[in-house]
Design a protein around this ligand. Structure first.
Ligand code: WTA
Length: 585
């Protein structure tokens, strides 16, 4: 069949010369592996307890702390403001053990929910991994979250412990009274805590460094992460300890880490990329990671690559576009020759970004990787040994079956656009949506897992992203649900109704755009719009506010009263309006 010629599929192929690669990629013979690979092979990459038990954190820390990597650096943490701290695997393991002992002393039960609401600091890593060692379910929260976002998560999960800091705890206190299940508030950097709080440093000072990491059933839960869908509040995506098998494998096969690598994942631990490829995968492979605090700043980023001689770098398209926008003179000032492999995730990576990297980073292209909070690790990617098609997400991991289907689950011919689906059963797949089986079942149709993305496959088996099949917004690579933003908007007294969409944006992929109907007595003004933006920022999250607000007289609704975002989007972008038979009037 001839390759369908679409806008998407143009572009040159980047072919790699194996003799010029600095190191031989860990994955060799992709086509052969697609036929021969069995998950049982990957299970050998991790350590198990007798009786088929496992603990992900044992693989991430203990096995290195007790072995040849004990004195190897696990973490070089640069706070971005001049302070650098270094931790070996042994030291990091000690910290996590102490935290597990703190949980024990507090009487936390197996599989209780322990939330970590911290900036990217060593305490953040230690409490997250300590909770997993202990057998609790760990859950990180993005530091930009406001009180509403925090409440939704702690309430839905009936969280028992919250670890936070003096600045972030203020947001918790605004919703504390709505959270009766939360028993323990542990505050980092608070040496004389007020009543009702525990001091992290004091508790840790008296806790033992010795802790027997708890053997778990592979299906018991390791971590959960709330993420956004089209409807309703964020949902708790729950992952099992067994996921570490695939998280370890993909870090080795895709990110292609080798023992002497200095690896840098730029994602915050509040997002799945930060958890899986900024904590679990690299450390399970015994790799030294850089942690950088502070905000995004092109100069600091280039400096970080130069100073720490970063070899493997995992980042996001918005960051790449922001670096591109700064021009090529800035990177030319730094020695970036340590880089061996570059990766990106979260949104489509424009072919320009892939090619820009070739020029700026000494012939090293970005490798696009595709996955989701729900999939628990990379499933489709441009592997290091393969030619890259700029703009394509690449090919499925051996052991993973991906396809493009229609609504009946029938596989579509090459070149047709349809739903991107996966055959369930890979080890790192989510195990449930917390307390919401109906939501989980929405993903599973016709024996496929529906990703919510649309895509197409080309004649060589490369997958090309087309868009989202639902209303989920990806802004700067971060996932935002329109319903959450609409809910925050209508909490403002001037807003009667709100409809929220993603509007394509050169830099951020999408921006959030809101259409609002004002309550009687309020009139449209720029000041009011700014006030509403600020309101959403402080209640919900710093990144999830509408950058554009239009005041309208009415919003298009279905007869049952649901806002038709599809119509708002079509009008805004001048797209065909489509079927309006369910429209109210
Ligand atoms: C989008 C992030 C295009 C996609 C790890 C997916 C991508 C959603 C890519 C998941 C990519 C992720 N190209 N789109 N390479 N990678 N996406 O849960 O829409 O924050 O469904 O996980 O991001 O976002 P999430």
């Amino acid at each position: 069949m001839a390759e369908k010629d679409t806008e998407l599929m143009k572009g040159e192929i980047i072919v790699k010369d194996p003799s010029k690669l600095r190191l031989k990629p860990n994955l060799q013979d992709y086509n052969g592996l697609r036929k021969s690979f069995k998950w049982a092979d990957a299970e050998k990459m991790v350590d198990w307890f007798p009786g088929g038990k496992i603990n992900a954190a044992y693989n991430v820390l203990d096995r290195h702390a007790k072995g040849k990597n004990a004195d190897k650096l696990a973490l070089i943490y640069d706070d971005g403001a001049g302070t650098v701290k270094k931790y070996t695997f042994k030291q990091l393991n000690d910290e996590a053990n102490k935290f597990a002992n703190v949980l024990k002393k507090l009487g936390v039960k197996r599989q209780d929910r322990v939330f970590v609401f911290l900036q990217r600091t060593v305490e953040c890593y230690a409490s997250f991994l300590g909770a997993i060692k202990y057998g609790a379910i760990a859950s990180p929260m993005f530091p930009a979250f406001g009180p509403d976002a925090i409440k939704d998560r702690l309430l839905d999960s009936s969280a028992v412990v919250l670890v936070t800091d003096p600045e972030l705890k203020k947001r918790f206190y605004q919703v504390k009274n709505d959270l009766p299940d939360l028993k323990h508030l542990i505050v980092v950097g608070e040496d004389n805590p007020p009543a009702g709080e525990l001091s992290y440093s004091k508790e840790m000072a008296t806790a033992s460094k010795e802790f027997e990491t708890v053997p778990m059933d592979p299906e018991e839960f390791m971590f959960m992460l709330y993420t956004s869908g089209t409807t309703g509040k964020p949902k708790g995506v729950v992952h099992a300890h067994k996921g570490i098998v695939q998280q370890t494998l993909t870090t080795r096969w895709v990110l292609d880490v080798h023992d002497d690598d200095i690896y840098w994942c730029t994602a915050d631990i509040g997002w799945v990329t930060g958890v899986v490829y900024g904590v679990l995968g690299p450390w399970s492979n015994g790799i030294t990671q850089i942690g950088l605090g502070g905000r995004f700043d092109p100069e600091t980023w280039y400096k970080t690559i130069q100073n720490y001689k970063i070899t493997v770098w995992y980042t996001a398209p918005t960051a790449v576009r922001m670096l591109m926008a700064k021009g090529d003179e800035l990177p030319a000032k730094y020695d970036l020759s340590s880089l061996r492999a570059l990766y990106s995730v979260g949104e489509p990576l424009n072919p320009e970004g892939v090619k820009w990297a070739l020029e700026v980073f000494d012939s090293k292209p970005f490798h696009d990787t595709w996955w989701q909070t729900e999939t628990g690790s990379i499933l489709i990617t441009n592997f290091p040994e393969m030619p890259i098609k700029p703009g394509s997400m690449g090919k499925p991991l051996p052991g993973v079956e991906a396809a493009i289907v229609d609504e009946n689950g029938d596989v579509l011919p090459q070149g047709e656009e349809g739903s991107l689906v996966l055959k369930p059963g890979w080890p790192s797949m989510m195990r449930q949506i917390w307390k919401n089986p109906a939501k989980y079942n929405e993903y599973m149709r016709n024996d496929w897992y529906y990703t919510g993305d649309t895509a197409q496959i080309d004649k060589d088996g490369y997958f090309w992203y087309v868009g989202r099949a639902d209303d989920v917004i990806k802004t700067s690579g971060e996932r935002v649900g329109p319903f959450e933003v609409e809910s925050a908007l209508i909490e403002h007294p001037a807003v009667a109704e709100a409809g929220v969409i993603g509007k394509p944006d050169q830099l951020r992929g999408n921006i959030i755009k809101a259409f609002i109907v004002l309550t009687p007595g309020h009139t449209e003004s720029d000041e009011l719009k700014v006030e509403i933006q600020k309101f959403v920022k402080t209640r919900l999250a710093g990144h999830a506010y509408p950058r554009e607000i239009d005041v309208v007289k009415t919003l298009p609704k279905t007869r049952s009263g649901k806002i038709m975002r599809r119509l708002l989007r079509a009008r805004e972008l001048g797209l065909p309006i489509g079927d309006t038979s369910t429209l109210e009037d």
